[in-house]
Design a protein around this ligand. Structure first.
Ligand code: ADP
Length: 200
């Protein structure tokens, strides 16, 4: 059975760190729209130049653009066993587009893990990174963008019964353990055969 996950959380909440770990553990690809967009910027294509203006200002790029990227990416064979979306969806229209895509593929999301983290922890962590858009004023703006445009997804996925709250302010290992507690029942660990074969 496929394991289809979304990591939801503000900038600096540790989505990338946890996505990397989940990829290792469950052997499913992590798909980070931020990484895909930055690769376009680095490639210096005309599209990349257009994207740069959004990324540098800490604004979201237009929905249609990221929806197309995700549609294309989810059609690749390595997503068959599942995927971890990191940084997508980020708006209600993106979430609706994802639901439509996955319903066509008859593979609804298994869970949306919301890494809840207080603003000061976020700013402290972002201050330690060295990405262009982690400059204090832009990082601050990105948190506002999260609160305005992405936080409505918390209610959206709660209504769908998919939301799982994780305390993202804990150290990475503790966050990972909390995520594992949520995922273990989803991957059928609870469906072990009643009589386990014993070594003889
Ligand atoms: P973080 O989670 O730390 O903010 P990301 O790498 O996920 O970092 O995103 C960096 C930037 O990429 C965002 O500020 C935004 O400009 C753009 N971006 C990433 N994902 C999306 C998305 N789903 N929709 C719109 N813009 C996005």
């Amino acid at each position: 059975m496929a394991l289809d996950l979304v990591l939801l959380g503000p900038p600096g909440s540790g989505k990338g760190t946890q996505a990397a770990r989940l990829t290792e553990t469950y052997r499913i690809p992590a798909i980070a729209t931020g990484d895909i967009l930055r690769a376009q910027v680095d490639a210096g294509t005309p599209l990349g130049q257009r994207l740069r203006s959004y990324l540098d200002r800490g604004e979201l790029v237009p929905d249609q653009l990221v929806v197309d990227i995700i549609r294309h990416r989810l059609s690749e064979a390595d997503t068959e066993a599942g995927f971890i979306l990191d940084g997508f969806p980020r708006t209600v229209p993106q979430a609706q587009a994802l639901d439509a895509m996955l319903s066509d593929l008859q593979r609804p999301l298994d869970a949306v893990l919301y890494l809840q983290t207080d603003r000061q922890s976020l700013l402290d962590r972002l201050g330690q990174r060295h990405r262009q858009d982690d400059r204090a004023d832009i990082a601050d703006h990105r948190i506002d963008v999260f609160l305005e445009q992405t936080a409505p997804l918390i209610g959206y996925y709660r209504d769908e019964g998919k939301l799982r709250l994780i305390d993202g302010a804990q150290p990475p290992d503790a966050v990972a353990a909390a995520i594992d507690d949520v995922i273990r029942p989803l991957v059928g660990a609870g469906e072990a055969p009643k009589t386990r074969p014993t070594a003889s």
